[in-house]
Design a binder for this molecule. Structure first.
Ligand SMILES: *Cc1c(COP(=O)(O)O)cnc(C)c1O
Length: 363
């Protein structure tokens, strides 16, 4: 089979050029006589990869020097616990904004470690919009505010101009599904975390970008491995990091830099998303799952046909046409196209062409 357009929500497509480069270097990395997979994480060859990956991310996201970049494991899901364990230490309080499934999971975990409140939620409309942050207020004496910047399942996102106004209180964001997709100002955040497998590389790496002022003594009994300070003190080499995933992430970041960086990527992402949303909006056969147009995700686009049988038929026929993994999440139903950075515009165009044909055949 030829390579297909894979609309999976994650792990997701990687740029083909990156996969080819990795294949060329797989068995013998730059004349070292071994694969990156076989290399000591204490070797100078690996050390260069580790440093280059950090430097590239710092450059691409414009991360100031007073932020530490950590390479951890355990997925974004482990951050749901690490954030409260390490940050809920002055007042034992934090406010969460619930805009979807992952935000709720983060909240449910945090509740175990302190006094946690919901500052705003869009549950009243099945998470189809992002509350207007200008109207949201927070409790006094909280340690941080938590958001999920892009809601992978429901297909909404916090626009960079609709972030919570938290003043001196650190803002924490789960950016797993839209990091590097458009320009956010890192200075607006105290901590950003993201699993790599959506927009940065293969599964196995979790990136944490943390203001050094927040690296402090965690709550008592916090495991060593769940303490940010452990990893910050050792440049994320306290124990064996996911070396090959970090290497793959480096290749993806190089690809992104060659393409012109995050700003250039954002333009392409907007074009890709517009192509799909415009087609859905002009059609009376398909409908978008997200009605608040300004809050629509550029990465995950849930939509529906007139009924569940047609949804299932769509998934089947699309796959035959080289368009894979379009089934919607069970919470929303219908279909979902995840069009992360690595999805070329040709893939979105192929999807729109297929949607047009499917509509004509089944209306
Ligand atoms: C995929 C996803 C997660 C879960 O990530 P894991 O790495 O599987 O723990 C968390 N948050 C968001 C926003 C996601 O998209």
């Amino acid at each position: 089979m030829e390579r297909v357009y894979n609309f999976s929500a994650g792990p997701a497509m990687l740029p083909e050029a990156v996969l080819e480069e990795a294949a060329r270097e797989l068995v013998n990395y730059k004349g070292t006589g071994m694969s990156v997979m076989e290399m000591s994480h204490r070797s100078s060859s690996y050390d260069q990869i580790h440093q280059d990956t950090q430097d590239l991310l710092r450059e691409l996201m414009n991360i100031p020097d007073h932020y530490e970049i950590l390479f951890l494991q355990g997925g974004a899901s482990t951050q749901f616990a690490m954030v409260p364990l390490n940050l809920m230490t002055q007042h034992g309080k934090a406010d969460y904004i619930l805009t979807g499934n992952w935000a709720k999971k983060a909240y449910d975990e945090a509740v175990r470690y302190g006094d946690v409140a919901i500052a705003a939620s869009s549950k009243d409309a099945n998470f189809t919009y992002i509350p207007n942050m200008a109207e949201v207020t927070f409790r006094d004496e909280i340690d941080y505010v938590h958001i999920c910047s892009n809601n992978t399942i429901y297909g909404t996102r916090f626009r960079p101009d609709n972030l919570p106004q938290t003043g001196d209180v650190p803002l924490v964001a789960d950016m797993s599904s839209n990091i590097l997709s458009e320009v956010y100002d890192v200075n607006d955040f105290g901590l950003i975390y993201a699993g790599a497998q959506k927009n940065m590389g293969p599964a196995g790496l979790t990136v944490v970008i943390i203001d050094k002022a927040l690296i402090q003594e965690p709550q008592p009994s916090t495991p060593t491995m769940l303490t940010y300070k452990t990893h910050a003190d050792k440049n994320s080499l306290y124990n064996t990091p996911p070396t090959y995933t970090i290497y793959m992430t480096k290749l993806v970041l190089e690809w992104l830099k060659d393409l012109g960086g995050v700003e250039a990527m954002a333009k392409i992402n907007q074009e890709k998303a517009d192509l799909l949303y415009d087609f859905i909006d002009q059609s009376d056969f398909y409908r978008s799952a997200v009605t608040a147009k300004d809050d629509r995700s550029l990465m995950n686009i849930p939509f529906l046909t007139p009924n569940a049988d047609l949804d299932a038929q769509f998934v089947k026929e699309a796959a035959i046409n080289g368009l894979h993994t379009l089934k919607g999440h069970r919470n929303v139903g219908g279909l979902r196209a995840s069009i992360y950075n690595a999805m070329p515009i040709e893939g979105v165009q192929a999807l729109v062409n297929f949607m047009d044909t499917f509509e004509k055949n089944h209306r």
